[in-house]
Design a protein around this ligand. Structure first.
Ligand SMILES: [Zn+2]
Length: 371
């Protein structure tokens, strides 16, 4: 872990923070948004296009890469960075979320979870120790402990029992970790603030280089997520990075930064792009709408991305209706650029001491969009 270090530039235990996460594959500035490269690729775009959009780090999914092509092959070919030609920081999840969301016929025991592969139906087993080993073989810079991902809503008793299992698994992950990269604990506890705090206390007692908040964006109202994140984040160690997993909308990111979160990942910008839903400062644009049929303008005036620099809404609508893969790529480039510009704006506002004005302006613009 000699290469992993979190540099807190400004801010404290609560409220917006400015920082930098250092890894063996370079650093990324926080608050940050990590695009998702589920199968070792950010869907439809190249690593160069991901970097050109402003991203400094990405996420890859352990579950998918474990099932195909397998972590041993990736390791033999020099690790995930070389395999996918991304030389910046890579964060991997533990695979737990996909086991609990994608696979069928799960059998959960204290030892681990047995599940059927969604690819070929084969029986698979994932334990805390195996989850760490897979991520080490992939060569991840930031690894996650294996956690049980609860369905929402869950009762207090379900959430409490799940939390105990997740804490026991976190301790086993820490024991299995060989320390070459960073391992993050994951705060669980469902929708119950007292369980979230019990989770934080348990994880702090084990001790991790960073802390993730899991179990959000699973169908709960945004206001509940903001309340829980706001109640939890101040209890995490001030000098360690905080990562809100699988979140979220532009509004989610701004509100969570306000609560003291340092970085995020989410499929939203890339998945929405492939559905023709494009983010702009004045609200989402559905590029398939007839209103854009003869529009010579860009998706978002002033956007420096390759799609907005050279292509009209009319052309992008045409590509979307024809299902041309080039359209998926241009849409993805724009949405990635939007998210990275949002985070750059967040960092600039914090650095310049005008966070409150930035946040309030963003909230007003969001409220206007709903009208
Ligand atoms: Zn653009």
């Amino acid at each position: 872990m000699a290469d992993f270090r979190f540099e807190l530039i400004s801010g404290g235990a609560s409220g917006p923070r400015l920082g930098r996460v250092h890894t063996a594959h370079g650093a990324f500035d926080t608050p940050a948004f990590l695009p998702v490269g589920t199968q070792g690729a950010v869907k439809t775009v190249s690593p160069e296009e991901v970097r050109d959009a402003g991203a400094q780090a990405i996420l890859a999914n352990t579950y998918h890469l474990h099932l195909r092509p397998g972590e041993r092959l990736v390791r033999e070919l020099g690790g995930l960075h070389r395999f996918m030609n991304w030389d910046g920081p890579i964060l991997t999840d533990s695979g737990g979320f996909q086991v609990f969301s994608l696979s069928e016929l799960r059998t959960l025991t204290p030892a681990g979870v047995t599940f059927r592969s969604h690819l070929d139906g084969s029986s698979q087993f994932l334990s805390p120790e195996i989850a760490v080993r897979i991520q080490e073989d992939l060569g991840s810079d930031i690894m996650m402990v294996l956690d049980e991902c609860l369905q929402y809503p869950a009762t207090y008793e379900q959430a409490s029992a799940s939390l105990d299992l997740t804490l026991a698994w976190a301790a086993r992950c820490k024991d299995a970790w060989r320390g070459r990269n960073a391992l993050f604990g994951i705060v669980q506890g469902g929708g119950y603030p007292e369980l979230r705090l019990r989770s934080v206390a348990g994880l702090r007692a084990i001790g991790f280089p960073g802390y993730a908040l899991g179990g959000f964006s699973v169908g709960e109202p945004p206001a509940l997520m903001y309340d829980l994140v706001g109640a939890t984040a101040p209890h995490l160690p001030e000098d360690k990075p905080r990562y809100l997993m699988g979140v979220g909308t532009p509004a989610d990111l701004v509100e969570a930064v306000d609560c003291g979160i340092d970085f995020f990942d989410c499929v939203l910008p890339t998945r929405n792009a492939r559905n023709g839903s494009l983010f702009t400062a004045t609200g989402p644009v559905n590029i398939r709408n007839a209103a854009h049929a003869a529009d010579p303008g860009p998706i978002e005036p002033g956007c420096p991305c390759a799609a907005c620099r050279s292509y009209s809404r009319a052309y992008l609508r045409h590509l979307a209706l024809c299902r041309e893969t080039f359209g998926l790529r241009l849409n993805t480039i724009h949405n990635l650029s939007y998210y990275q510009r949002l985070m750059a704006g967040v960092r600039e506002a914090i650095a310049a001491g005008r966070w409150a004005a930035f946040r309030d302006g963003f909230r007003i613009a969001q409220a206007a969009k709903r009208d």
